[in-house]
Design a protein around this ligand. Structure first.
Ligand code: 1GP
Length: 251
């Protein structure tokens, strides 16, 4: 599948800045106003892209939230879906994900079959992404909802093997996920092993609360750092800027 406009832009920006700063907006945990406020603040203070999505999303306002966000910010607004029912019009692109670390056929192929034709009909750009859940200390929403086992935190070769398989299957991005609000972020060894063994673009998220933790993951090879939960309680422009400068290794 041809690389689309947004993926081309992300790749060029990764090349230029070393790594990018993504802020995740979860419509399950934020009301319309808070979601918009966080999105605008993030875009004004160094975020390079916004991801929108959550594990279950009982929210039928999603389309209008995205339309409002798109009017308010000029950075890409990308769908990060928990399932096929979250495919709605208006996004710049989506992460078309497969939960490769799990063995639940629902998230390996069923949701993709349910959503794929709609993605094509909407002419939405899809970025083929391998999603891997890495153990982060305590059970997370994504682990519970997806009914899959995370990769053990001390077994980076297992996540590397999944990344290699995903690359051979034609995926271009990998998302190493500790889970929203994770106790510990993805260990750097997991990132370093995938970096050494593949050319996949590496997204890392879950439990990253300090700029230092973001910088360490960029040093290990992460190219997009995702933060979400902290911005639900902190509308903090200075902290956003600190994250951005920790992540952008080139000006
Ligand atoms: C969750 O990786 C994202 O899918 C972000 O995690 O909410 O813990 O920042 P946090």
């Amino acid at each position: 599948m041809k690389i689309g406009k947004i993926e081309t832009l992300l790749n060029a920006e990764i090349e230029r800045r070393g790594a990018l700063f993504a802020v995740l907006l979860d419509p399950d945990t934020s009301d319309d106003l808070s979601l918009m406020k966080t999105g605008v603040l993030a875009a004004e203070n160094g975020a390079d892209l916004l991801l929108v999505g959550g594990s279950f999303m009982g929210n039928f306002n999603l389309s209008s939230q995205v339309a409002a966000l798109k009017k308010a910010v000029s950075i890409p607004v990308i769908l990060f879906p928990g399932g096929a029912s979250q495919v709605v019009p208006g996004f710049d692109a989506m992460l078309f994900m497969t939960l490769v670390s799990g063995r639940n056929s629902n998230y390996l192929i069923d949701e993709q079959v349910r959503g794929g034709v709609l993605v094509r009909t909407l002419q939405m750009e899809a970025i083929p992404t391998a999603y891997q859940l890495i153990n982060s200390g305590k059970s997370t929403a994504v682990e519970y909802i997806s009914a899959t086992l995370p990769v053990p935190a001390d077994k980076p070769k297992i996540s590397m093997a999944h990344s290699v398989a995903a690359e051979l299957m034609g995926m271009r991005y990998v998302y190493l996920e500790a889970g929203s609000g994770a106790e510990f972020p993805v260990p750097v060894e997991h990132i370093a092993y995938t970096r050494k063994s593949t050319d996949l673009k590496i997204i890392v998220g879950g439990g990253i609360r300090e700029p230092q933790a973001a910088a360490e993951r960029v040093a290990a090879g992460a190219q997009i750092i995702v933060t979400g939960t902290i911005w639900e309680s902190k509308k903090d422009a200075a902290l956003l800027k600190e994250f951005a400068s920790a992540i952008h290794i080139r000006a």
